[in-house]
Design a protein around this ligand. Structure first.
Ligand SMILES: [Mg+2]
Length: 214
């Protein structure tokens, strides 16, 4: 029962993709396809090379975009616009998740490595519009992505997050290392994995949040 571990928390930070909705929604598949198309066209490479480059950039720079900016001087805004042209028609609203988030005490934000517009579009499709006090995208961190410390510093400073009274929910285990260093409670949303910087793990975010406010 993790309740006691969260009694001091009144800042709640949520990643978006594969955190506020499960991988089964397959939304990230669409983003990956659009990213691959972008890389193939702009760098004039075949599908396999594009796939390998994306993997390499994700690993070395945190995101495909960060690698494209570093290595190929790509303009981030047109890229972000293009890779977030998603079909959201199959996304179902989640009133239970909305209720669980609304019941949390304090300030709640989304912080995504996608664009702010992507955060707004997907959270609206999930029926979570208005459930958050703010939504931050990679542009709010000067296009530096999580897991870079500078990205967290920029967003948390802008929002006034007091990290020692904050919790972070994420599906990418890498993106919980700095939050842990900053004194946040860390919750891995996804299959169990063990790392010293993971305090809690759940595959059911709604159930996890609901038991916190019971
Ligand atoms: Mg994610």
């Amino acid at each position: 029962m993790p309740y006691d571990a969260f009694t001091h928390v009144d800042y709640w930070v949520f990643d978006l993709d594969n955190t506020l909705y499960p991988p089964q929604a397959r939304l990230f598949d669409q983003i990956e396809r659009l990213m691959a198309e972008y890389v193939m066209r702009e760098l004039r490479v075949d599908a396999q090379t594009a796939h390998n480059l994306r993997k390499k950039y994700w690993k070395e720079y945190g995101t495909t975009l960060a690698g494209l900016m570093h290595v190929h001087d790509v303009d981030p805004d047109p890229y972000l616009h293009e890779v977030h042209q998603l079909d959201l028609s199959h996304i179902e609203a989640s009133p239970a998740l909305r209720a669980a988030i609304s019941a949390l005490p304090g300030r709640k934000i989304i912080y995504t490595n996608g664009s702010r517009a992507h955060g707004e579009g997907v959270s609206n499709a999930l029926g979570l519009g208005g459930a958050f006090d703010a939504i931050y995208g990679v542009e709010d961190a000067g296009y530096t992505p999580k897991p870079d410390r500078a990205a967290f510093d920029k967003v948390f400073t802008a929002d006034g997050i007091k990290t020692e009274r904050a919790a972070m929910f994420e599906d990418d285990i890498r993106n919980l290392a700095i939050p842990h260093q900053l004194g946040m409670r860390t919750v891995l949303v996804g299959p169990a994995a063990s790392a010293p910087h993971i305090h809690h793990q759940t595959e059911d975010l709604t159930a996890f949040l609901t038991q916190l406010v019971r």
